[in-house]
Design a protein around this ligand. Structure first.
Ligand code: DC
Length: 232
C-alpha cells in the first residue's frame, strides 16, 4: 500500500541514541536517513584542516563557499555517509578532536544558515528521518512526527565512551563526560536555534529500552500518523 510520506524529526542531547534509532527506523520504513550533526562535524573538520579563524565572520563566509557536503550511500555499510568536497569523511568526523570544537562551530549563525538551507532541501520530497538539535523546531517545524530523546547521563557517557574506546584506547571516562557536558551546555545555551523540545514533540526516554523495544514504540507512532509502515 502506498502511503503518504512524512518527515520524522528526532532531536535531543548528545549520545542519547538518536542516530541509532533514526538509522533503524529509516531502513525499516524505506526512508532516507540524514544525520544533520554529521554536517556540522564535516564543516568543523574543514575549519580545522584549513585553519579557518572562525571568530572572523568574513573568513567563515569565505570558507563556507568552498564547502560542498553530500550524503552518498555506502552499500558495504548499508547507510548514507557524509562526503566533504567528494571525500568520504565519516571516520574523521567522529574523532574527539572534532567533537571538542563542533558545538562552538555549530553555534555560528552563518554556519547554521548554510547547513539548515541544505537540510530543508533534502526534505523537500519528505520521506526522511533526520536527527539533530533543531530539526523539529527550526528545520522542519511542520514535521509530522517529532521525537525528543533523552537518556540518563551515566548511560550516555558509557555509550559514547565505548564508541570512542574502540578507536582510541587512551581515552578516559572523564574526558568523555566533560565533552558531553560541555556540548550539551553550548548546544542548549547558544543564541542561534538552541536545543529545545518542540511543543508538539513526543518525549522518548530510552534509558531502559532495548533497541528493539524502542523501535517498536516509534513504529507505532509512525503508523498512528500514516496508517501503515509498509511504505517502501
Ligand atoms: O549529533 P552530533 O553529536 O553528531 O552533533 C554534533 C554537534 O553538532 C552537536 O554538538 C551540536 C551540533 N548540532 C546542531 O547544532 N544542530 C543539529 N541539527 C545537529 C547537530
Amino acid at each position: 500500500m502506498a502511503t503518504q510520506k512524512i518527515i520524522i524529526a528526532i532531536d535531543g542531547y548528545s549520545s542519547c541514541g538518536k542516530s541509532t534509532l533514526a538509522k533503524q527506523l529509516a531502513s525499516q520504513i524505506g526512508y532516507n536517513y540524514i544525520d544533520s550533526g554529521a554536517m556540522y562535524r564535516a564543516i568543523t573538520l574543514y575549519f580545522l584542516r584549513h585553519q579557518v579563524d572562525w571568530s572572523n565572520r568574513e573568513r567563515v563566509l569565505e570558507a563556507l563557499k568552498d564547502i560542498h557536503l553530500s550524503f552518498e550511500y555506502n552499500a558495504a555499510h548499508g547507510r548514507s555517509e557524509i562526503h566533504l568536497n567528494d571525500e568520504n569523511v565519516e571516520r574523521f568526523i567522529r574523532d574527539i578532536i572534532v567533537a571538542e570544537k563542533v558545538s562552538e562551530i555549530a553555534a555560528i549563525k552563518e554556519v547554521r544558515t548554510f547547513a539548515v538551507a541544505q537540510q530543508q532541501k533534502m526534505g523537500k520530497k519528505r520521506g526522511i528521518v533526520m536527527d539533530g538539535r533543531d530539526i523539529g523546531t527550526i528545520v522542519f517545524p511542520d514535521a509530522e512526527l517529532k521525537i525528543f530523546m533523552t537518556a540518563d547521563p551515566e548511560i550516555r557517557v558509557k555509550r559514547r565512551f565505548e564508541e570512542y574506546y574502540a578507536t582510541n584506547p587512551d581515552i578516559t571516562i572523564e574526558e568523555v563526560m566533560h565533552n558531553l557536558e560541555l556540548r550539551d551546555y553550548i548546544d542548549s545555551n547558544r543564541e542561534e536555534s538552541p536545543l529545545r523540545q518542540a511543543d508538539d514533540a513526543i518525549v522518548l526516554d530510552n534509558s531502559n529500552y532495548t533497541r528493539e523495544e524502542q523501535l517498536e514504540k516509534v513504529l507505532q507512532w509512525v503508523t498512528d500518523r500514516v496508517g501503515s509502515t509498509q511504505m517502501a
